[in-house]
Design a protein around this ligand. Sequence first.
Ligand code: G4P
Length: 525
Amino acid sequence: MSDGEPRPLEAGRRRTFAIISHPDAGKTTLTEKFLLFAGAVQQAGSVTARAGRRATTSDWMELEKQRGISVSSTVVQFGYRGHTVNLLDTPGHRDFSEDTYRVLAAADAAVMVLDVAKGVEPQTLKLFEVCRSRRLPVLTFLNKCDRPGREPLELLDEIERQIGLAPAPVTWPVGEPGDFRGVLDRRDGSFVQFTRSAHGATVTDEERTGGEEAALRHGTAWDRAVEDCALFDAVGADVDPKTFLAGESTPLFVGSALTNFGVRHLLDAVVDLVPAPAPRADVGGGPRPLDAGFSGFVFKIQANMNPAHRDHVAFVRVCSGHFERGMTLVHGPTGRPFTTKYATSLFGSERLTVDDAWPGDVIGLVNASNLRIGDTLHDGDPVTFPAIPVFAPELIAVARPKDVSRYKQFRRGLDQLAAEGVVQVLHRRGGDPSPVLAAVGAMQFEVLVHRLEHEFGAPVDLEPPASRAVRRTDPATASLLEGTAGVEVLEREDGTLLALFANPYRLDRIVMDHPDWLLDPIVTT
Ligand code: G4P
């Protein structure tokens, strides 16, 4: 490929991020509103998962239809202020899974949405840990300010203590919780008036006035906001690109996604603050220049999105170069050529053909059944990107085929589904040969059971999943652990050793007594 010049330009226009939140904090609503403000849809509610859950999932996985939930994560791409924004969906709710973590490997930043009445919740915290481990910059949105909530200052404190990020408020609420008047924009001291609109189905302009006018209209409510902001000024809680990019501070916005309030501020911040794709380091740590030949890695595999075609889509994050549909790439692990005739992107549940893509973009390669999570694809100079780290599984279940005469199909199915990253398959070292399945979300088991039966003709009996504290370990620690009560060491097909603890207290105790043992909460796929 020799069309050198536009590459850095195209990469520089990309903003690729994911939203992290606890269920019900408003991720879906915010996604819809981003699309609305970007002009990608005319009316909120027409494209995204929530709308899709109800109406347009017709050719998605059967299980998804039965449950009315979204198993698959989608990527939406839209233009805003001359930029191309890629919003990666992190599966949440009941479909929380290893995919949720893997998606963050493909993002350059995250927007953390907190419900102002609830603050930092468990799932947010888990997802944030992944951001921290990947050093992803995080923007924060305090959502649902139109409703009674907690004291905003208390929430700042919580973010600082629980998440360990220094919040830098950009907008700050005016009015008590339950009597939300609007926000003070710290950048210029102006006031943005909150108006209640019916579900914010269409975009309306926000009314902005100067501080003096706001003081006249809102009296003590305005004065209090000004006082709070003086405090932030005094402690230097200002947006600082350096500490934001280092994952030390988080620019914070307040608003109400449902009523559209504050959405534009946040979307502008995505374009202004989220970093454009940077050269990605290969396994040796050397960066692959953005204008080198094409390279990308598979971060998610979605099988059977269309049961009529038994298809298999591998989602690839582009890291360098220019992707053009039809080009022949090299599949890193095997060195074999890989043709890309069928490349798609997804918009809601609609599939579009992708003709070209640039660093930061995500492409879906259809019928790519030989691709595995973490695989690198490249053109030109070879490159291998590091494996994708995910958190250790937390749920364990033993699977047995219902019909032993289908054992071969059962094994084949397990191998395939483990390779796709649906669950991790572990084995006891000696003893019971039944595979032990491990996952971070219960939904992963449901998908496995469903697919083993329907695709591989191997119905299974699955023990009810039990929660366990799990850590990655090494042979030296494993041999010490094996004689220890309340611990069992299992081996994954690729040789990774995982220690299962009877309960978190047992793990804590062992970590305390033996700080030198390798017990890592991060495993790789
Ligand atoms: P999620 O994807 O993070 O799980 O959250 P989602 O957007 O589905 O929002 C969860 C609920 O919170 C929805 O209500 C949604 O309308 C509401 N919500 C989201 N943002 C705001 C906000 O800024 N203010 C208020 N007051 N509510 C908000 P629901 O009743 O579950 O769904 P629906 O009937 O409104 O569709």
